[in-house]
Each structure stands twice: as structure tokens, then as C-alpha cells.
Design a protein around this ligand. Structure first.
Ligand SMILES: NC(=O)c1ccc[n+]([C@@H]2O[C@H](COP(=O)([O-])OP(=O)(O)OC[C@H]3O[C@@H](n4cnc5c(N)ncnc54)[C@H](O)[C@@H]3O)[C@@H](O)[C@H]2O)c1
Ligand SMILES: *[C@@H]1O[C@H](CO)[C@@H](O)[C@H](O)[C@H]1NC(C)=O
Length: 485
């Protein structure tokens, strides 16, 4: 069953630090937003301030559209969100702006990584349609997009084909990030991972294939590129092969790794099938094997239990105020440590802490419109989100291609080092303690970033230290926000 999410408040922010008057093209596009109630008036005051600041710097105008998305429960169409294509200095330089009609279907767009990808695409003027079942996402993305809850395992939930009904939404790109993400949970509940990570990916790929068949006859745009999230988990523990290159064999030791690797297989056969069949304008695909991604909005509480489902709150920029603790030492360890340091709890390391990981930063544009944020926090740093968008926008000529890239920094640190850094970044009195190691945890992990640097021109630009600083700042602000609401 599909229902619309409660209306969210939204508007766009202004990137004060990155605002480059010389590059402004004066084309502040209208964006689909919802407005409502109290928080809107607070945001309006904030936007008025930001607008004044922007106008003082350049004579560009800013439009905020209102209510163009209906809140009608019967309206089951998936509404795209339009971006603002505003240009900024330096950090966005390598990601081009949208060309006419470019429109992205983004699964998992409410999640930690997905929300940053949505922001980045919207900034570059892309139309974005989010598909997320809200099982783990919070919709604290900065545009606070309205979206329709959709489950990637149900094909009926997909946007209709361009020649059916009155839905005129067309797509040119697909980013597939929706997944169940806990290695440990996958051990306990492999069926869930089979259904969502493998079955869901199969649905996404089949949908693209069907969509493109219909698009041709309907005169609609075709999807030309699919980028999907794979994982370093597929390498497993292969100390002799460090630093890991894409050519390393499969060594996964969990259903999570298995389903991600088989998803890559689906992508590969999809691409090869099109080439063999001589499909015109075929879809190319890229699987990105993320190492340990960290940054703002990462939920310190991985979904171990499968118990309570977190819903986004009325204030879409904040976490729900309470949630319980689950320890993980892989993804999420930085957010877990930061939260412990912030709240004065013990920073608990599972094992001796000598294990190494490559931590790669997601992206930050800290809380641009929230009243709790100061103008000084408006800075942008990004890595993983940029890698995804670079892979997405890379042109392919001729036959379709399938590529796999690691997304990492190339520098690993120990968990002990990390714990010390976290403590320092929070100026915290937390004790660093050790518990038994978790079974199945890999000792050494390190990554060779050369493939992505050659293939999609992605080089990590945010050091782990700077990323940590940004993430710590976000956690402090988020804590402040939570205690006020
Ligand atoms: N965070 C990391 O360090 C890391 C490392 C390797 C790979 N990855 C991969 O990157 C992707 C994004 O991870 P993340 O860290 O942002 O996790 P996340 O849980 O924050 O995001 C995943 C999103 O997918 C949604 N989702 C889950 N099941 C769904 C379903 N059946 N239908 C629709 N939506 C569904 C969730 O609600 C959530 O918003 C995942 O595919 C994950 O496996 C992440
Ligand atoms: C989406 O479907 C999967 C299995 O197909 C299920 O496990 C999950 O709970 C569903 N999501 C929601 C929010 O109902």
C-alpha cells in the first residue's frame, strides 16, 4: 500500500562560503517544496536572513516554490524534486550541472549516503525522484524532500512507464543505494538480505529494462546509466592481497557480502545481454565498492534488532530524540564513537583495537537552513557522494560497459587511533574500553584507490581527520537540535 508521507517543510539553503558571484548564472530555478506551520515560519525568517546575505553579495534572486506537490493520499504518482543548479566555487567543479531533461531515480535516498547524493544532485540541477521504504532512512536531507514511501522489492511501487497513465516523469539515470546494511543482521536473517539486496536489485534492473523498452516507443528519455552500491565486504579477509584492488577475488563471509556480489553479477549480465542483443542506447552500469563510509547523518545505531522502525520526525532535519544502542565496529563505528564521546559514555572497542579500516567521508553541507545552525558552519566537503555522481555522469560511447570501483581513501587507520581522535575531537572525558572481538570481524583492511581515480576521476579529497572534525561538529549541532525539540 502506498501512502504519502506527512508534508515536510522545505526550502533551499544558500551556500554562503561557496557562493561565487562570478559563477552565478542568475538562474535560480524553482524547486518543488511544501510549506507548513510553525517550523516554516522559523525557516522563513532564516531564509530571509540568508536571502539578504545572498543579495548583499550578488544581485541574484531566489525563488521558493510553494505546494506544488499535492498531499492527496490518492495521488500515487512519484513526484520528482527539482534542483537549483546553483554554481559554487571549487568543490563542485568536477560535477557538471544537469542538462535539459536529466532526471535521476534514487533508491535509498532517505538514507545516510543517499540523502547526501540527493542534495548534491539537486544542487547541480537534476530532477530527483526518491524511492525508499523508510525502513532505515530519516529524511534529514537538507532539501527535506517530500517523497512517496516505496519498497524496491515491490515492482508496483516503481514509477510507471512513460507511456502509461498521466505520469510524465522520465528518467535518464538510476542510483541504487537501497539495501539492508547490517552484516551481523544478515547472518541472523539471510532471507531478508536475499529479498532486499538481491531480489530488490533484480527488480530495479528489470524495471530499467522495461522502462527503456517503453520509453523508445513513447518518445521519452531512456535510462543510460545505473550506479549501485556494492561493498568492501565482498573482499572478506584477504591479508595477502592488501591493499585491495578491484581484481581481488570474492572472499565474502556473510549473506550481506554474498547478496552484494551477486547484485554485481546481475548488473554485469544485464549489460552484456544488451550488448549481445544489439540494444540501441544501452544502459551502462557501475558498481561502487564502498569501504567504511562516515560523515554527518550517519545513524550510530545500525539496524541490528530489526525491532523498532525509526520514522522521520516532523522536523525533517533531526533524528528522533530517543533510540537504543547497538554496537558495530564496521560501518557506523565513527558515529557510534562520536556519540559515546559526546554523551560521556565509554568508547567501547570490540577486540584489541589493532584492526585497520579505510574510512572515507561522505559529504557535508552542514545544516544550511536550520535555525540552530550558525552561518560559520556552512561549508561543503564531499567524497562518497561525489564518487557516485561522477560515476553516474560519465559518458559512455558505443557498447554498454560494466565497471567496478573501490571507493576509499587509500589510507587505513587502526580503531585504537580512531578512538583517540574521536575523544580529542569531542574534547571528551569518555573512557576507552575493550570488549571481546566480534566474530567474523576482519583484522586488516586497506584499499587501493587507483581504479576509481583512473576510471571515474574520483580521488578522495577529504582527509579522515578533516572529515572527522566535520562529523564531530555535526554531531554536536545535531545533539543541540535534538535537545531543543
Ligand atoms: N555506510 C557504509 O559504510 C557502507 C559501506 C558499504 C556499502 N554501503 C552501501 O551503501 C548503501 C547506502 O548505505 P547507507 O549507509 O546510506 O545506509 P542507510 O540504511 O542509511 O540507507 C539505506 C536506505 O535504503 C532504504 N531501504 C532499505 N530497504 C529498502 C527497501 N526494501 N525498499 C526501499 N528502500 C529501502 C532505507 O530506508 C535507507 O534509507 C547501501 O546499499 C549499503 O549497503 C554502505
Ligand atoms: C519491503 O519488503 C521487504 C521484503 O520484501 C520487507 O522485509 C520490508 O519490511 C518491506 N519494507 C517495509 C517498510 O514494509
Amino acid at each position: 500500500m502506498k501512502t504519502r508521507s506527512p508534508p515536510s517543510t522545505s526550502r533551499e539553503g544558500v551556500e554562503v562560503d561557496d557562493f561565487d558571484p562570478l559563477e552565478i548564472d542568475g538562474r535560480w530555478q524553482q524547486m518543488d517544496v511544501k510549506s507548513s506551520g510553525e517550523s516554516n515560519s522559523r525557516l522563513s525568517r532564516r531564509s530571509a536572513l540568508l536571502l539578504a546575505a545572498a543579495l548583499a553579495m550578488v544581485t541574484a534572486s531566489l525563488f521558493v516554490g510553494h505546494g506544488s506537490l499535492g498531499s492527496d493520499v490518492d495521488d500515487e504518482r512519484v513526484a520528482p524534486i527539482r534542483g537549483t543548479a546553483y554554481l559554487s566555487r571549487d568543490e563542485f567543479k568536477d560535477v557538471r550541472t544537469a542538462r535539459a531533461g536529466e532526471s535521476v531515480l534514487l533508491t535509498g535516498g532517505l538514507g545516510f549516503i543517499g540523502s547526501h547524493v540527493a542534495d548534491l544532485l539537486l544542487h547541480r540541477g537534476f530532477e530527483v525522484t526518491i524511492m525508499d521504504d523508510e525502513s532505515n532512512g530519516h529524511n534529514h536531507n537538507e532539501f527535506c524532500q517530500e517523497m512517496v514511501p516505496n519498497n524496491i522489492t515491490v515492482v508496483d511501487d516503481f514509477p510507471s512507464f512513460p507511456n502509461t497513465g498521466d505520469d510524465t516523469t522520465q528518467f535518464t539515470h538510476v542510483v541504487h543505494l537501497a539495501a539492508a546494511i547490517s552484516v551481523a543482521e544478515s547472518m541472523a536473517n539471510p532471507v531478508k538480505y536475499e529479498n532486499i539486496n538481491y531480489g530488490g536489485s533484480e527488480k530495479v534492473i528489470n524495471w530499467i529494462s522495461e522502462y527503456n523498452k517503453h520509453a523508445g516507443s513513447a518518445g521519452a528519455t531512456k535510462v543510460r546509466k545505473l550506479v549501485a552500491a556494492s561493498s568492501a565486504a565482498i573482499y572478506g579477509d584477504q591479508p595477502k592481497l592488501l591493499p585491495l584492488q578491484e581484481s581481488a577475488p570474492y572472499g565474502g563471509i556473510s549473506p550481506y557480502a554474498d547478496t552484494k556480489y551477486r547484485m554485481e553479477g546481475l548488473m554485469k549480465s544485464f549489460v552484456e545481454g544488451q550488448n549481445n542483443d544489439g540494444v540501441a542506447e544501452p544502459v551502462s552500469a557501475v558498481a561502487l565498492r564502498f569501504f567504511n563510509v562516515f560523515g554527518p547523518r550517519q545513524d550510530p545505531h545500525n539496524p541490528y534488532s530489526g525491532g523498532s522502525i525509526r520514522r522521520r520526525t516532523a522536523n525533517c532535519c533531526s533524528f528522533p530524540p530517543t533510540y537504543s544502542h547497538f554496537a558495530t565496529q564496521t560501518s557506523g563505528v565513527i558515529s557510534l564513537f562520536l556519540e559515546a564521546a559526546l554523551t560521556g559514555k565509554d568508547i567501547t572497542i570490540l577486540g584489541d583495537g589493532a584492526m585497520t579500516r579505510d574510512f572515507v567521508f561522505v559529504k557535508v553541507r552542514q545544516c544550511p537552513v536550520h535555525p540552530a545552525c550558525s552561518a560559520s558552519s556552512l561549508t561543503i566537503r564531499k567524497d562518497v557522494a561525489r564518487a557516485i555522481v561522477l560515476a553516474l555522469l560519465q559518458d559512455v560511447k558505443g557498447d554498454a560497459s560494466f565497471d567496478v570501483y573501490n571507493v576509499c581513501t587509500g589510507k587505513s587507520i587502526t580503531i585504537n587511533t580512531l578512538a583517540g581522535q574521536v575523544k580529542q575531537s569531542m574534547d571528551s572525558n569518555s573512557k576507552i574500553t575493550h570488549l571481546d572481538p566480534r566474530e567474523g570481524d576482519i583484522r586488516e583492511s586497506s584499499c587501493n584507490p587507483k581504479g576509481a581515480s583512473d576510471g571515474i576521476l574520483f580521488k578522495s579529497a577529504v582527509s579522515q581527520e578533516v572529515g572527522l572534525e566535520k562529523t564531530a561538529a555535526w554531531f554536536r549541532e545535531d545533539q543541540g537540535r535534538r535537545s531543543r525539540t
